[in-house]
Write a protein that binds this ligand. Structure first.
Ligand code: P61
Length: 451
């Protein structure tokens, strides 16, 4: 069969509501043209993020009822611990309430002034947690990873020469660990090859440096390895996942992505002394070591989510549906970051609105236009997000992130139709200026005026 279907049927539905164009006009004005400031119920199709927005399965909901809410040693904790040990081989597993809590604990322990942490591309919370300790976060993705139209199977790869150069320049004693983000969210949801992970491991071993994964989307990355990397086709995703984790000394994970839950995170460690110190911080700021700021029912849902995410029919559907959206847009002449990533499609807004200069926020103009046209919420990743203080980012992107198991193919077709229609009238997209902004992270709360 040619058609790849959603490998599930729908048992519970949540109505979504279409608004009228005058209503959306009013909503946009009241929110200062910032879609973080509108009510979710006023959105028809919400592609703001794939984080915590997935649909849980019947078995996950059943797990919620089984949840053991004991303060210490809850049964649900052992269910989760066993599942993560089975998938990753890690013995020491710390539960946290989400990815950034794992990052905060880790970098409080290994960061600090004078330290430098390399990554392919740091996600914004990782960078912020590193910099919060006084350390520096450095991005070392391969050059191909920065060119939107260039096709490369593993655009998330770390540049090994740049890594060696950095180690030589700053000195091993200033580098607490080397991190690789799978898939590379900030670089377009692009995967990292097993070969690249093995090479980073070799460099780390040579210099006696710990190697950590930001493993939020580890299963999507493993699927790309199976599809694209020579010699990997006949291996199971579980086996590839296990090898990815075998290479690492630790990992931070937001379970809101490939854990397919609405809240939750993990910190995986090997070093016993680091575990001891991390446990202390966990108890101090998240909760006891067998629940880490989560309810027992959340631990159950996570255990089941991490099981379901490595099912290959799920991954085939997941990665195919993202590519489907990307390919339809490309066929209509809309430039996206190529090839399509795992969890999201990134539209090149400079190409979409050539009449709007970066200083007038082409990405935000497209985000506003898409909501006004069709009630779709997307997010700007360009001058609004990164341009505060005068920086000019190299790309002006709009991200369409796909929640897991939430939207059907006809929802995606609707999104495609809306974007193509808007593309036909793109000269009507309006430049914006900032009316008010906070001192930092302005994308969340800034207000705009249309010009
Ligand atoms: C996202 F606008 N990602 O992509 P937490 N590492 C990686 C992530 O993608 C990630 C985290 C760590 C989000 C949510 C998000 O300003 C923003 O569980 C590769 O969210 O703490 C999260 O995991 C952090 C969106 C986060 C944002 C911060 O949409």
């Amino acid at each position: 069969m040619k058609t790849i279907i959603e490998p599930f049927r729908i048992k519970v539905v949540e109505p979504i509501r279409m608004t009228t164009r005058p209503e959306r006009e009013q909503i946009l004005r009241e929110a200062g043209f910032n879609l973080f400031l509108i009510r979710a119920e006023d959105v028809l199709i919400d592609l703001l993020t794939d984080s915590g927005t997935g649909a849980m399965s019947s078995l996950q909901w059943a797990g919620m009822m089984r949840g053991d809410e004991s303060y210490a040693g809850a049964k649900s904790w052992y269910v989760l611990q066993d599942k993560i040990r089975e998938l990753t081989g890690f013995k020491h597993i710390l539960p946290t309430h989400q990815g950034r809590a794992s990052e905060r604990i880790l970098f409080e322990l290994v960061g600090g002034p004078g330290k430098v942490v390399p990554n392919n591309s740091h996600f914004d919370t990782t960078r912020a947690n590193i910099e919060h300790t006084g350390a520096k976060a450095v991005d070392l993705v391969i050059d191909e990873g920065k060119q939107p139209t260039l096709r490369h199977p593993f655009k998330g790869n770390m540049d090994l020469n740049k890594l060696e150069t950095l180690i030589r320049e700053v000195g091993v004693e200033h580098i607490p660990l080397v991190m690789v983000t799978v898939t590379n969210n900030s670089g377009g949801g692009q995967p990292v090859s097993l070969e690249n992970l093995r090479a980073v491991r070799r460099i780390c071993t040579k210099h006696k440096l710990p190697f950590f994964l930001d493993a939020c989307r580890f299963a999507e990355n493993a699927w790309f390895i199976k599809q694209r990397e020579p010699g990997q086709q006949d291996r199971g995703v579980r086996e590839i996942v296990h090898e990815m984790f075998d290479l690492a000394d630790g990992a931070t994970i937001s379970a809101k992505k490939d854990g397919i839950v609405n809240i939750g995170g993990l910190l995986l460690l090997r070093d016993a002394e680091l575990v001891r110190r991390a446990d202390e911080l966990l108890i101090l700021t998240e909760g006891f070591i067998t629940y880490g700021g989560l309810a027992g029912r959340d631990l159950e849902a996570m255990a089941q989510g991490f099981e379901e995410v490595v099912h290959e029919d799920y991954l085939q559907y997941r990665i195919r549906s993202t590519a489907y959206l990307g390919e339809k847009l490309l066929a209509a002449g809309v430039q996206i970051v190529e090839p399509p990533g795992g969890h999201a499609i990134y539209i090149d807004a400079k190409h979409f609105c050539p009449h709007i200069p970066p200083a007038r926020f082409p990405g935000q103009a497209l985000v506003v236009g898409l909501y006004r046209q069709a009630g779709i919420r997307s997010v700007e990743i360009g001058s609004v997000m990164f341009g505060q203080g005068g920086t000019v980012p190299s790309m002006e992107l709009v991200r369409l992130a796909i929640p897991r198991r939430v939207y059907t193919q006809s929802h995606v077709d609707y999104v495609v139709e809306a974007i193509i229609e808007l593309f036909g009238q793109r000269d009507q997209l309006r430049p914006l200026e900032i009316a008010a902004e906070p001192p930092s992270l302005r994308h969340f709360t800034a207000r705009f005026r249309e010009l």
